[in-house]
Design a protein around this ligand. Structure first.
Ligand SMILES: NC(=O)C1=CN([C@@H]2O[C@H](COP(=O)(O)OP(=O)(O)OC[C@H]3O[C@@H](n4cnc5c(N)ncnc54)[C@H](OP(=O)(O)O)[C@@H]3O)[C@@H](O)[C@H]2O)[C@@H](O)CC1
Ligand SMILES: Nc1ncnc2c1ncn2[C@@H]1O[C@H](COP(=O)(O)OP(=O)(O)O)[C@@H](O)[C@H]1O
Ligand SMILES: [K+]
Length: 520
């Protein structure tokens, strides 16, 4: 699991170590130096003779950069520091000066951005040490203008410089993953002690490049993360494997109320997603046309009501279909009465537009547009664009308002329960943006909820976070299946190529291949 902690938690953990004289900044600077050297070599450059520009702000983040600059200068790099502060870190400054780093007081220039660009043009590497966990809001001027100019000019450089961010790309929302102002996108972010939520959460995570966590001995492993990303190993621990004592009812029965006369295919896609993820049985309940489709596609699906361990409600339904909405409301009521978890998608999300209190465990699976509608209906007027600009914040808000767990779909899928860590899963490929793929996801999630249905129904507080973990697991499997269907390797690789278009059916059919990549 990749774990991220907030700026406040990091500070709290650092405090006693700093008081005890632990050389945290020296460790951070060494790690930065190693990473710059490694990246230079990976690009076929020699370390000695390479030119490095340090972008230095007024806090310890700038201190990290200055100390690393001193090391690099001693290793033969030509290092310049653009001091974008009147008060650079004193020890960092004297180390840099002592090692022969050329210091440029660019704030004295009439055109600060121009002065920085001038220095940047001569450098193979830009080290972004303007702002770290001490950021208060987006970058202020004149830093904002300089960074905006660098970001714009970078692509036009004949050979693109390597950009290495110290701790975080300066100016991102460290704790919430927002991008409140200009940010210089990094190739590599060397982050200190632990990852920060903004390095996992969209949209800021997309600006961090490869994230390298430097172990500073902060002892944060014992503390719950604020945000995390599941890896294949975590998913392996969660995926149920039947034992000899199991039968179809112990493996979990999933009730699916999906599809309508207008959108019958969603019913079949949801069922395929669930069957391919693995469970004991599906009970499908719906109108004639989707029922026929499900039966033809999956003769193993039962179409009579009965006891279930979880529900998927709503894929392929729309709020204007009053009769279908009434059925969904009844199923949701039954789920609440029996305490079994329910995944609510598409039309079923509109059930929560009213001031309904979710009394049973539920996972909502909106995309940004649906989340905006839900929040607006519940008195928090917001647009789709605003949700996309701050997905974690809005997913958490919807979880708090409804009492459910929210899986917010997107290129990075974010999962938020009312309490506990956020999950950010970036396992898919943009080829997954295709009609019906969300229905497959609902099926994957339904199968996992059904497998753990009895545990969740009995669980109480200890297992309060399980629906969120299962939702993140579903996003992982779904994303990985999409990658494999598109002809991409399970894990992103630089030489992977672009992949090929996929259909939602392809994604469901690739689930067994995705499961085979999980070490069990
Ligand atoms: N603690 C340690 O020993 C260790 C810490 N480590 C490193 O320290 C970093 C944290 O350092 P930090 O606390 O000094 O804060 P930092 O991120 O440099 O920012 C403060 C400066 O930014 C300025 N500023 C703020 N907001 C701004 C804005 N919107 N726009 C523009 N400026 C803004 C603010 O100025 P002010 O607002 O006060 O005028 C001040 O000058 C951390 O990320 C890691 O890299 C590692 O070395 C491990 C050991
Ligand atoms: N750019 C993207 N990159 C990766 N995955 C994406 C992207 N856009 C959407 N997705 C994923 O595709 C699925 C689309 O679901 P949804 O919007 O419900 O579509 P539908 O209603 O057609 O089934 C979600 O799992 C979402 O996370
Ligand atoms: K930084």
């Amino acid at each position: 699991m990749i774990r991220a902690h907030t700026a406040a938690t990091v500070r709290e953990a650092e405090e006693p170590l700093l008081a005890a004289g632990e050389p945290l900044m020296a460790r951070a600077a060494c790690a930065l130096t190693t990473e710059v050297a490694r990246e230079l070599r990976a690009r076929g450059n020699r370390v000695s003779g390479s030119s490095v520009l340090l972008l230095v702000g007024g806090g310890n983040n700038g201190g990290d950069a200055l100390h690393a600059g001193a090391h690099l200068a001693r290793r033969g790099c030509q290092v310049r520091a653009a001091l974008l502060t009147d008060r650079p870190h004193p020890a960092g400054l004297s180390a840099a000066r002592g090692a022969g780093v050329r210091l440029h007081h660019v704030l004295q220039a009439e055109d600060v951005a121009g002065a920085v660009l001038d220095l940047a043009g001569r450098a193979d590497v830009w080290v972004d040490g303007l702002l770290g966990i001490g950021a208060r809001g987006g970058l202020r001027e004149p830093l904002a203008g300089a960074v905006a100019a660098l970001a714009e000019e970078r692509a036009a450089w004949p050979v693109e410089p390597l950009v290495l961010a110290v701790d975080v790309p300066s100016g991102i929302g460290v704790d919430d993953g927002t991008i409140p102002g200009p940010v210089l996108p990094a190739d590599v972010t060397v982050t200190m002690g632990t990852a920060k939520p903004g390095l996992l959460l969209p949209p800021a995570a997309g600006l961090a490049g490869r994230v390298e966590v430097v172990d500073l001995g902060l002892g944060l492993d014992a503390l719950a993360p604020a945000a995390c990303t599941l890896t294949a190993t975590d998913v392996a621990d969660l995926l149920p494997v039947p034992g000899p004592e199991d039968h179809k009812y112990t493996r979990g029965v999933l009730g699916i109320a999906a599809g309508s006369h207008a959108y019958p295919g969603a019913a079949a896609l949801t069922a395929t997603g669930a069957l391919r993820t693995g469970l004991g049985m599906i009970r499908y309940l719906g109108p004639e046309v989707p029922t026929g489709l499900v039966r033809t596609r999956h003769p193993e699906v039962v179409t009579v009501p009965g006891r279930v361990q979880a529900w998927v409600l709503g894929p392929g339904t729309a709020p204007d279909d009053a009769a279908r909405m009434e059925e969904l409301a009844e199923h949701l009521g039954e789920a609440a009465r029996t305490g079994v978890p329910a995944a609510l998608d598409a039309g079923a999300l509109a059930l929560l537009h009213e001031e309904t209190e979710l009394t049973g465990p539920a996972v909502l699976t909106p995309h940004a547009g649906e989340l905006a509608q839900l929040l607006t209906a519940r008195g928090e007027a917001v647009t789709r664009e605003e949700v996309s600009a701050a997905p974690a914040r809005h997913a958490r808000l919807a979880a708090e308002i409804t009492g459910g767990t929210v899986l917010l779909k997107g290129a990075t899928t974010v999962v938020a329960a009312p309490h506990g860590p956020l999950y950010a899963q970036h396992d898919a490929t943009p080829w997954l943006a295709t009609a019906g793929s969300g229905d497959v996801l609902a099926g994957v999630l339904g199968a996992l909820l059904a497998s753990y249905g009895d545990v969740i129904a009995d669980g109480g507080d200890v297992l309060a976070g399980l629906p969120a973990t299962l939702a993140a697991t579903a996003a992982f499997l779904h994303g990985r299946a999409a990658r494999l269907a598109a002809g991409l390797p399970a894990e992103p690789a630089p030489t992977a190529g672009a992949g090929v278009p996929i259909t939602a059916t392809d994604v469901a059919d690739a689930l067994p291949a995705a499961l085979r990549t999980i070490p069990r």
